[in-house]
Design a protein around this ligand. Structure first.
Ligand code: EPZ
Length: 429
C-alpha cells in the first residue's frame, strides 16, 4: 500500500499545471454511450477513477483507444481518449464495479435512453455519507421509464423510448442533473429541468452533448431545457480545467507560503473559494496563463464559511480549507451542508496538533502556532489531500497512509508539489 512522506517547512515556488477536471471527465466518458459514433475527449487526467470507468464502459462493449504521446508533449498534457460505443453488448453495470466508484451509477441514463433498458447496481453508501440515488431514479421515471429494484439493482425499462417531461428536483443534485440531461437528450419531445445543479462540469457536459447534436439550453442556470433528438453523433471535446485541483493547490501554497502559478486554471470556475482565500490574506492574481497565488510571511486570517452548491463555496474544498485554517490567527467556523459525514479528516488533523471542535455540521477551528508531523490515515479523496496540505506546514515528518484515495482525484500530486520545492515523496509497498 503506497504511502506519502512529507517533511514540512518548505515554501512552494514555481508553476503547477492544472489537469482536466475529474468530475467532468467521468460524465463525459459516460455520455459516449449515447451515440454509436466516436467521442474524442482531450485533456483527460490520468486518474485511477478514469481507468476504472474505462473498465466499466468496456464491460458494456465500449472500445476506448488512448492516444499516444505526440511530439512536443510533456507529461503535463492530458491524455486523449477515443471512445466508441458502436455496439452496446451488455446493459448491466455490475455491483463489483459500481461499488468501487459511485459515479458509474450514472450509466443508467444513457443506457436506458439508447437501449431502452438498463440494470445498474445501486452504488451503496460511501465514507462521506449515505448518498442515495432516489432523485436520479425519479428523473428517469419522469421521462417514462418503468423502474424496479431487484436484488440491489435498479432495473429500468423504456421499450418505446423516453418521453420529454418536466423534472423538478427538490434538492440540488449534480448526479441527478447529469442523469436528467443525458436521458432527455434522446427522449421524444421537450424536457424542462428545474432546480438544476449549476456546477461548471454540468455546463461542460452540456457543451459536449450539443457538439454531438443535442439541443440543450440553460446549462449553468437552475432552469435547463432539452429538446430531444433521434440520435447523437460523435464529436471532439476538451475537458475543462479541474476547479477542485486548482483550489487544493491554492490552499497548499497558502499553507506552505510561497508564490505559484496555477497554469490553465480559470478563476470563474471557483470564484467563491478564491474570495475566501483573499479574505485570509493570500494574494490571488488572475493572469492570461492561469491564476497566481502567493503568501509571503503574511498571517492567515480566520474565516466563516458554509459549503453550498455552485456558485458558492464547494464541499469538495471543505477539508482543504479546514487544514489551512488550523494555522490561522484566530478562530474559524466551517459548516458542511451537502454531506452528513464529511468531517473524517478532523481526527487526523488533530493528530498533527490541530484544535478542531465539531457540533453537528459545524466545525470550529482554533488556529495554532505550529503543527507537528505524525503518521496519519487518508479516509476519502478530499480528506486525504487536506492531510497533505497540513503536513506541508507541520514541523518534521508526516506519513500519509492509504494514498490510493489521493490517486483517485489528483494526478501526480507529489511530483507537482516536489517540482515547486516541497519535501514530498511516495513510499511504495
Ligand atoms: C458530485 O457528487 C461530485 N461527484 C462530488 O464530488 C461532489 O461532492 C458532489 O457532486 C456535490 O458537489 C462527481 O461529480 C463525480 P449530489 P453527487 O447528487 O452527484 C443528496 C469528489 O470528491 N442526494 O450533488 O453524487 C446527496 O446525498 C466527489 O470528487 C440525494 O439525496 O452529489 C447529497 O447530500 C465527492 N438523492 C446532496 O444530494 C439523490 O438521488 C448532493 O449530492 C442524489 C443526491
Amino acid at each position: 500500500m503506497d504511502r506519502i512522506r512529507i517533511v514540512g517547512g518548505r515554501n512552494l515556488n514555481g508553476t503547477i499545471p492544472i489537469s482536466g477536471a475529474k468530475n467532468a471527465t467521468l460524465p463525459l466518458m459516460i455520455a459516449s454511450l449515447l451515440t454509436d459514433q466516436t467521442l474524442i475527449l482531450d485533456n483527460v487526467p490520468r486518474l485511477a477513477d478514469v481507468s476504472l470507468l474505462q473498465l466499466i464502459l468496456g464491460n458494456h462493449g465500449v472500445d476506448i483507444m488512448v492516444g499516444g504521446k505526440r511530439s512536443g508533449e510533456t507529461a503535463d498534457h492530458g491524455q486523449t481518449l477515443h471512445i466508441s460505443a458502436a455496439r452496446i453488448v451488455d446493459t448491466t453495470a455490475p455491483y463489483e464495479l459500481v461499488s468501487k466508484m459511485r459515479a458509474s451509477f450514472w450509466v443508467l441514463a444513457p443506457l436506458v435512453a439508447r437501449m431502452g433498458e438498463a440494470r445498474v447496481s445501486m452504488p451503496g453508501g460511501c465514507a462521506i455519507g449515505t448518498r442515495p440515488v432516489d432523485l436520479l431514479i425519479m428523473a428517469i421515471e419522469r421521462l417514462g421509464a418503468k423502474i424496479e429494484i431487484d436484488g440491489g439493482y435498479v432495473v429500468a425499462r423504456a421499450p418505446h423510448g423516453l418521453k420529454g417531461a418536466e423534472i423538478v428536483f427538490p434538492k440540488i443534485t449534480v448526479g441527478g442533473t447529469h442523469t436528467a440531461i443525458m436521458a432527455a437528450a434522446l427522449a421524444q419531445g421537450t424536457t424542462v429541468i428545474d432546480n438544476a445543479a449549476r456546477e461548471p462540469e454540468i455546463v461542460d457536459v452540456a457543451d459536449c452533448l450539443n457538439k454531438m447534436g443535442a439541443r440543450i439550453s440553460g446549462a449553468g442556470t437552475r432552469h435547463i431545457v432539452v429538446e430531444g433528438v433521434a440520435k447523437l453523433n460523435g464529436a471532439r471535446h476538451a475537458v475543462l480545467p479541474d476547479r477542485i485541483e486548482t483550489g487544493t493547490y491554492a490552499m497548499a501554497v497558502a499553507m506552505a507560503g510561497g508564490d505559484i502559478l496555477l497554469r490553465n486554471a480559470r478563476p470563474e470556475l471557483l470564484q467563491a473559494a478564491l474570495d475566501v482565500l483573499k479574505h485570509t490574506g493570500v494574494t490571488v492574481t488572475p493572469t492570461n496563463q492561469g491564476i497566481r497565488i502567493a503568501r509571503n510571511g503574511a498571517e492567515l486570517a480566520p474565516v466563516e464559511v458554509t459549503t453550498a452548491p455552485f456558485p458558492d463555496f464547494p464541499t469538495d474544498l471543505q477539508a482543504q480549507l479546514m487544514a489551512l485554517m488550523t494555522r490561522a490567527r484566530g478562530v474559524s467556523h466551517i459548516v458542511e451542508t451537502i454531506f452528513e459525514n464529511r468531517f473524517m479528516h478532523v481526527q487526523e488533523l488533530a493528530r498533527l496538533g490541530a484544535r478542531i471542535q465539531l457540533e453537528g455540521e459545524r466545525a470550529t477551528i482554533e488556529g495554532v502556532e505550529q503543527l507537528k508531523g505524525a503518521p496519519v490515515m487518508a479516509t476519502d479523496l478530499r480528506a486525504s489531500v487536506s492531510l497533505v496540505i497540513a503536513a506541508l506546514a507541520a514541523e518534521g515528518e508526516t506519513i500519509v497512509n492509504r494514498v490510493y484515495h489521493l490517486d483517485r482525484g489528483f494526478e501526480r500530486l507529489e511530483e507537482k508539489l516536489a517540482r515547486c520545492g516541497a519535501a514530498i515523496e511516495r513510499l511504495s509497498g
